[in-house]
Design a binder for this molecule. Structure first.
Ligand SMILES: Nc1ncnc2c1ncn2[C@@H]1O[C@H](COP(=O)(O)OP(=O)(O)OP(=O)(O)O)[C@@H](O)[C@H]1O
Ligand SMILES: [Mg+2]
Length: 296
């Protein structure tokens, strides 16, 4: 099967910075894929290369099997990108922007689809306003609509929810999820790790232009090394037990193996301290991310 996205040995050297330092990555058709990493990790550079906006220094990139340089028109047509930066033409209305964009792909009679997209992004009442008259969140919606206008098999969203209210986020994810269910491949970058955790089946993490993790969201969450227990106890424990003070009169115990938890509880009992409450804190993607990025 053709990969939706495939990059090999990708390097991007700017004068000052090495934005990408040898990336190999495949995103399968139909996946909901997360591309995460701290500021400056190279996410947007990678996306720009896939969209044919930036030339790689070395390596290759393909969208639906089309090389982004040798087969630019086909690869570009297979891809819809929601850019991180708000760029727009102030003199067009939202609807006009979408028609112009359709024309750019040689598509004419797609008014029904344009209506469908506008409606699903909650833009019915704003479609005929000039771009400059739209709020930031509304402009962001137009960018999303613009990326979808040619029904691309692969949709890449570069921080689409930055500065976006809860309503739009939910609406956007509902719509993008339904497109994913219909078979569109979705790649998402976000700094809201909860979003990535909820939406993405697989996640790649970048740091300084390198791939530092690539796994299913499930595996990433379960391979976390550290566990955490929160306890309420009836007396201060001796320091040797290794409990640290946490918020709300809790004591925190960090451990790697569950046997350490047994040893800690036995030591507490020996010290004559009673456990009033205890809960294990489930690691979330943010913990995993912090740990991976720190150790990489
Ligand atoms: N046009 C450019 N000229 C020079 N350096 C650039 C250019 N674009 C990006 N860079 C550098 O490349 C590196 C990667 O930037 P990039 O925008 O890809 O990161 P990012 O992961 O998208 O970050 P963010 O989360 O902040 O959006 C950074 O060090 C950045 O300064
Ligand atoms: Mg970026």
């Amino acid at each position: 099967m053709t990969a939706a996205l495939k990059v090999e040995g990708l390097v991007k050297q700017y004068r000052q910075a090495r934005a990408l330092d040898g990336i190999d990555l495949e995103v399968r058709e139909g996946e909901f894929f997360g591309l995460l990493g701290p500021n400056g990790a190279g996410k947007t550079t990678l996306i720009n290369i896939l969209a044919g906006l930036t030339r790689p220094t070395y390596g290759s990139a393909e969208v639906m099997g089309f090389d982004v340089m040798r087969e630019y028109p086909q690869s570009r047509r297979a891809l819809g990108v929601v850019p991180q930066e708000l760029v727009y033409d102030p003199f067009f209305t939202a609807r006009e922007v979408l028609r112009v964009q359709s024309g750019y792909f040689g598509i004419r009679k797609n008014d029904d689809w344009i209506e469908h997209v506008l409606h699903n992004l909650g833009m019915d009442e704003h479609a005929d306003k000039n771009m400059r008259a739209l709020s930031g969140g509304m402009k962001r919606r137009v960018l999303v609509a613009q990326a979808l206008v040619h029904k691309p098999p692969v949709i890449v969203l570069d921080e689409p929810t930055a500065g976006v209210d809860v309503d739009l986020r939910q609406m956007l994810w509902q719509f993008i999820r339904s497109l994913n269910k219909e078979g569109h491949t979705v790649v998402l970058t976000t700094h809201y790790l909860e979003e990535a955790e909820n939406l993405c089946e697989r996640i790649a993490m970048l740091k300084q232009g390198r791939l530092v993790a690539l796994d299913s969201t499930h595996n990433l969450l379960s391979r976390r090394l550290e566990h955490q227990a929160q306890l309420k106890i009836d007396n201060d424990p001796p320091p040797s037990i290794g409990l640290k003070r946490g918020p709300d009169n809790n004591w925190i115990f960090i451990f790697q193996e569950f046997t350490e938890l047994e040893v800690m509880l036995a030591a507490i009992r020996t010290a004559g301290i009673k456990v009033l409450e205890m809960q294990l804190v489930e690691p979330d993607l943010e913990d995993v991310f912090t740990e991976i990025i720190r150790n990489a």
